[in-house]
Design a binder for this molecule. Sequence first.
Ligand SMILES: [Zn+2]
Length: 274
Amino acid sequence: MDFVCPKCFCKLNILESGTAVCQNGHCYDRSRFGYYNLLLENGGGVHGDNREMVDARRDFLGTGAYLPLAEAVGETVSDFAFDGMHIVDIGCGEGYYTDIAEKKIRERVNNFTFSAVDISKDAAKRTAKRNKNISSAVASAYKLPLMDVHTDIALSMFAPLATGEILRILRPGGKFILVIPGEEHLLDMKEKIYKDAYRNTVSDTDIRGFTLLSQKRIFYSISLTKKEDIKNLFMMTPYAYRTDAEGREKLEKLEKLTTRAEFILFVYEKNCGK
Ligand SMILES: [Zn+2]
């Protein structure tokens, strides 16, 4: 396990009981599902996606509609894989892409460590249950429980972007793989709900401290023929928060939906001399 203590940033050692402890005596119990809660400001509320959203996403992803994206990401990370490396998935959700990426890497190399963090406890739990080779923790993308310059690949898919933290944890020459929705992603679904469906904006691709090595557009059409799948897709998007009752009603009446899916996969390299 590559996580460090979120209080003092010292290495965590795992005791036989499963508890992780640092040299300053800070302890973190392993949950019965296999993840660690390394989020310090835990006011008792629900952080990130709640169970319904995590479940909706798991069910939708289970249809295979985003498999072409998962495979493209898996191939990209395995291209950069090497023995002894450490990779982290930041904002891993329920671990769908994380799991596929881990298996793709394992086809090429045996000796590597894979960490995954999400601010949602339900997401961390699902990830831990899905793949035992992945170390899963509840943590914020803005304060990763990882050592400075220790990580070789950082993956961020549709997650809050804290590039300063990614710069801190990556070794010089380390890769940062970023996936964002493309301009036309789910445009057909939006046209069914909104009068003025807008295209997503793809902002400036420069990230300080990194060089963009490549960018790939993944574009295809998905057809959903079950009401439940349409609802789950909607629930896992930001539109679930923003849509009024009228829009929701329109969506719930849809019997089938064919929509464009578009993603952009960027590969950045951390500049040397930082
Ligand atoms: Zn500590």
